[in-house]
Design a protein around this ligand. Structure first.
Ligand SMILES: *[C@@H]1O[C@H](CO)[C@@H](O)[C@H](O)[C@H]1NC(C)=O
Ligand SMILES: *[C@@H]1O[C@H](CO)[C@@H](O)[C@H](O)[C@H]1NC(C)=O
Ligand SMILES: *[C@@H]1O[C@H](CO)[C@@H](O)[C@H](O)[C@H]1NC(C)=O
Ligand SMILES: *[C@@H]1O[C@H](CO)[C@@H](O)[C@H](O)[C@H]1NC(C)=O
Ligand SMILES: *[C@@H]1O[C@H](CO)[C@@H](O)[C@H](O)[C@H]1NC(C)=O
Ligand SMILES: *[C@@H]1O[C@H](CO)[C@@H](O)[C@H](O)[C@H]1NC(C)=O
Length: 927
């Protein structure tokens, strides 16, 4: 055991209490904390996956043949599939893991055609009795035309079957195929995950179909509106258990090709989309719900994890959440069971497969001994997010991916309502402002942002679909739906939702279908007064990118709006039908009592009740509106005076927002930076998490920009002074660090571990690092491994950081799902930053080959490693890098590099304009 490394929790508390260092520690802790939170946030909650496509990443189809278009023709509809799959959990003679399969699909012809076009990607067809890779038969006495020719369109991922005669409208046919595919480790389609238990390597076969990888498992009509019923059979080795969307019907011993295997059949699925299919074959064990529950709930995972109780928390919250959602949606959960499986290798956070939800281990497992509160909060919100999709997404599904925002934004929004129900004492709904609204503001204030809703024909290729799984889709989607629910009232919103789910169950919709059902509720309820239809109000929020800053002049009563852009010189080159103006619901209060609501429908308006020269005026109460607020200087002064005199009169969410708005307005050069800094002066009296977290996030930008300059010292001094009373407060409420504070939002000190790891590694040398690495390798708890992965990046030894970087791209050492995190952590280290930049450029080709998942990995990586870029030199390097990769054949991540360039330019400007003022202000404060 390396010296100085192993620190028990009580000792951690002692360290924490060591005077001067302690104040720094709590600050460091908070920074780490926000890093941990952000790390979770970039980790989009579901859906993103990795798929290797043989096709070149080109968006233009060369010809106009139906098989060169990416969308399926509208000639055929699938009714049901019979699929049998057999994954081999040991490699074949060539060292390849494979699966074999047979599948048939009953399809109905709706327009006469002599072509069958069905998705298939990276499958080899093995039906050798005919030369055509497929057999076609008529159903219900119909005769089938003869197959003339079968071929594959690699780029569009189609199998094309040309028939001698036309299929007849209204008739049904049975298309049958046999095939084999690779069970690769690319985290997409039908893939394998590995782990070691008691020294024995175990292989799991599992799936990630969303958005376009069901076609990698078996030939299918792989579009969300091609709903069908799936009859699934899995063949699997003795000693393993097979799971799928439907409940297991029976398991038999069978002998196939001289091999003894188990054959498990499943009950047919509901009528559903291909992207929601899932199957898992493993040696996992499970916990199950007590028998009185009318839905069987099982939590599955590695035996060691389940036996040590890591699934207990998930089991305890799943049933209550499911019941809460049934009630919220006024719709019974339609399946007989809900399985939730934790997988050792998983690209996204979790995936809402209907009846068989799959998770990254960290998103499902919770161990009170080693996981932090934040880990627990993550688990409960992810579970709710996925279960929310069982209705919104699975029962009623978007017609096409361009409406993904509605699906994901909705689940992200509802996840807080369900989590609040499961953990009512946590005030978890308040966190939506930090985790979704402010997060969306960050990306949506760039000119490189995009509208929530795209046109159907703008999202065609798998790459374009992948790119939709971003912050705008998830967080802005959630923020905008929260605003809608607030101005309609939660009960009207829920009522419209019930009607929507009842009307469109088992079918597909576009977003205007939801608006229509909500409008019906509004029309029938005279207590809801809106200035325009839901469609007119909401179009402005979803069809144009960005959001407004509302400026209120309390001297004149004039209010106005302007598209908020963080980069003051940015030029918007995308026109908007709405001229970048919004219908803005403005809630407000005057001096803590007098409240009101007003709609701003034009660029500028006069509104007498907001006029005052004595009261302070506060707008956007609880930040329910998706916009920022600016005031005339006098009102800012009155708000600052109130914060210092008695901050509690201002709602806690707005205290956070005053800080966040002020810092962002300053970055956009709308207000003076010193005004923003002044919003933090009252913090020595603040005991609440949300305002502190808002301040720390904004100061984090200062740390990123200034941590290598002379501003760093005065900044630290200023913050230490503000934090000291908070620290003393915690010391009291924890009885000198001996007990846990009662309120969830106060429980920061129990989450020390990550800080301790980081500090210990930073203080130590190679021995401590190697010890930490061994602990990481041997860790059987995902949340723990994650903390170690971070802790290891804290070393001050460049050679250790370089070696760590080399380790990250060794697949046997660091799981692919963790690579981007590890690299970004290292770049967060002042010493690591230049090393990472060299490393990523030197290994770009290797990274693009091995981690090709469209935009997800590279977006995370590029954003993470360029965060500190703030010099002309940095900018030149980025631009050269962009040119280099544009010239190469590995042109991934270009959108992320564009955004990094925009951000770096803004950073350079910001530093040059603010450094002296910030420095002077900070020095004045300590005088
Ligand atoms: C598909 O499977 C179901 C259930 O096993 C069976 O009843 C049906 O006959 C099969 N259909 C065809 C065309 O083989
Ligand atoms: C499919 O065929 C290609 C070309 O022959 C081969 O390289 C690949 O390994 C095959 N895949 C499987 C899973 O058999
Ligand atoms: C399969 O065979 C094994 C040994 O021959 C037996 O122990 C097991 O119970 C059988 N399983 C089923 C599902 O019949
Ligand atoms: C839906 O609401 C009605 C009326 O309130 C209630 O009777 C019914 O039990 C609810 N159904 C579900 C599944 O919650
Ligand atoms: C603001 O949110 C708090 C919870 O943080 C709640 O108690 C309060 O009622 C909300 N105020 C308004 C005006 O919605
Ligand atoms: C910001 O305020 C400070 C102090 O009040 C002043 O010295 C500085 O000139 C102001 N900066 C700008 C850009 O107005």
């Amino acid at each position: 055991m390396g010296k100085g490394f192993y620190i028990s929790k009580p000792l951690g508390f002692v360290l924490f209490g060591l005077g001067v260092g302690a104040v720094l520690t709590i600050f460091a802790l908070s920074v780490v904390y926000s890093q941990e939170k952000r790390k979770n946030e970039v980790n989009a909650r579901d859906g993103t996956r990795m798929v290797t496509t043989a096709a070149p990443h080109s968006t233009s189809a060369p010809s106009n043949e139906p098989w060169d278009k990416y969308r399926l023709p509208d000639t055929l509809l699938p009714a049901y599939y019979n699929v049998t799959l057999w994954p081999r959990l040991v490699p074949d003679e060539q060292g390849m893991y494979i699966f074999t399969g047979k599948s048939g699909v009953a399809l109905t012809c709706v327009k006469e055609t002599n072509l069958i076009i069905i998705h298939s990607n990276e499958l080899n067809f093995t039906l050798t009795s005919e030369m055509h890779h497929a057999k076609l038969a008529g159903l219900g006495g119909t005769s089938a035309p003869v197959i003339l020719k079968t071929w594959f369109q690699i780029q569009t991922q189609f199998m094309v079957i040309l028939l001698k005669d036309n299929l007849q409208v209204g008739k049904s046919y049975w298309l049958y195929m046999e095939f084999r595919g690779e069970l690769s480790d690319d985290l997409g389609g039908f893939y394998r995950s590995q782990y070691t238990e008691n020294g024995v390597k175990k292989v799991v076969a599992t799936t990630q179909m969303q958005p376009t990888a069901a076609r990698n498992a078996f030939p299918c009509f792989d579009e969300p509106s091609m709903k069908a019923v799936f009859h699934l059979t899995l063949l699997h080795p003795p000693g393993t258990v097979a799971l799928a969307n439907g409940m297991e019907l029976d398991t038999e011993n069978v002998t196939i090709d001289d091999q003894e295997v188990l054959q498990t059949r499943f009950e047919p699925t509901e009528k559903m989309s291909t992207y929601l299919l899932a199957f898992v074959i493993s040696e996992f064990t499970n916990l199950r719900s007590p028998s009185e529950a009318n839905v069987l709930i099982r939590i599955w995972g590695r035996r060691e994890a389940i036996e040590s109780g890591q699934g207990d928390y998930a089991l305890s919250v799943t049933f209550p959440i499911l019941k809460y959602l049934e009630n919220y949606y006024n719709t019974t959960y339609p399946l007989s069971k809900s399985d939730q499986v934790a997988l050792p290798d998983f690209a996204a956070g979790a995936m809402e497969n209907w009846g068989l939800v799959t998770y990254r281990e960290q998103s499902l497992f919770y161990d009170p001994k080693v996981s932090s509160n934040e880990d627990k909060e993550w688990v409960v919100t992810v579970i709710t997010h996925e279960l929310a999709h069982m209705w919104f997404g699975n029962l009623v599904t978007m017609r096409w991916w361009n409406d993904l925002w509605l699906n994901e934004g909705f689940a992200s929004y509802v996840s807080y309502l369900g989590a609040d129900y499961a953990e009512p004492t946590w005030n978890i709904k308040d966190l939506m402002v930090l985790q979704q609204v402010q997060r969306a503001f960050g990306v949506d204030a760039l000119v490189s942002s995009h509208p929530l809703s795209s046109r159907e024909d703008e999202v065609i290729t798998p790459d374009q679909i992948d790119q939709l799984f971003d912050t705008i889709t998830y967080s802005k989607g959630a923020a905008v739906l929260r605003m809608l629910s607030e101005f309609l009232t939660e009960s009207a919103f829920a009522k419209g939702l019930h009607n929507y789910l009842h009307e469109y169950a088992y079918s597909n919709t576009v977003y205007t279908d939801l608006w229509k059902k909500l409008q019906e509720v509004v029309d029938a309820d005279s207590s809801i007064q809106l200035p325009a239809s839901i469609n007119e109000i909401m179009n402005r929020w979803i069809l144009q990118m960005g959001f407004p800053v509302v400026t209120i002049n309390t001297r004149t009563g004039i209010i106005s709006q302007q598209h908020f852009l963080i980069h003051p010189d940015a030029v918007v080159d995308k026109p908007s039908d709405y001229n970048y103006e919004w219908f803005v619901p403005i809630t407000w209060m005057k001096s803590g009592s007098n409240m009101g609501q007003h709609w701003l429908l034009t660029k500028t308006a006069s509104y007498e009740p907001m006029k005052t020269d004595t009261d302070w005026l506060l707008a956007n109460l609880n930040v329910t509106g998706y916009y920022r607020v600016n005031y005339d200087p006098q009102n800012w002064e009155r708000l600052l005076t109130q914060l210092t005199a008695d901050h509690k009169i201002i709602p806690v969410l707005n205290r956070g927002q005053i800080i966040d708005d002020a810092f962002n307005l300053a970055r956009a050069q709308i207000i003076n930076i010193t005004l923003a800094l002044r919003t933090t002066k009252y913090l020595y009296e603040e005991k609440e998490y949300i305002p502190w977290e808002s301040a720390i996030r904004n100061f984090e930008y200062f740390f990123l920009m200034f941590d290598r300059t002379e501003v760093y010292g005065p900044l630290q001094t200023y913050l230490q002074r503000k934090v000291k009373p908070l620290f003393d407060h915690f010391k009291v409420i924890t009885s000198n660090w001996t007990r846990k504070p009662p309120r969830y939002m106060d429980q920061i000190p129990t989450n020390l571990k990550i800080t301790v790891y980081c500090n210990a590694i930073a203080a130590g040398g190679v021995e401590e690092w190697d010890f930490g690495w061994q602990m990481f390798k041997n860790s059987t708890i995902a949340a723990e491994a994650e903390k170690l992965l971070y802790g290891l990046s804290c070393t001050k030894e460049p050679w250790l950081l370089n070696r760590y970087l080399e380790f990250t791209i060794e697949p046997n050492l660091v799981r692919k799902q963790d690579v981007a995190f590890a690299i970004v952590y290292i770049s967060g280290n002042v010493i690591g930053q230049p090393l990472v930049w060299d490393f990523v450029r030197a290994n770009w080709e290797h990274l693009t080959k091995d981690y090709d998942d469209g935009s997800f990995f590279f977006g995370r990586l590029i954003r993470g490693i360029t965060r500190k870029f703030s010099t002309e030199f940095d900018l030149q390097q980025l631009q050269r890098f962009k040119e280099d990769i544009a010239a190469s054949s590995f042109s991934f991540g270009t959108q992320a590099i564009e955004q990094a360039i925009e951000q770096t330019k803004a950073n350079i400007k910001w530093v040059s304009e603010n450094k002296v003022q910030v420095m002077n202000w900070l020095i004045e404060q300590s005088a």
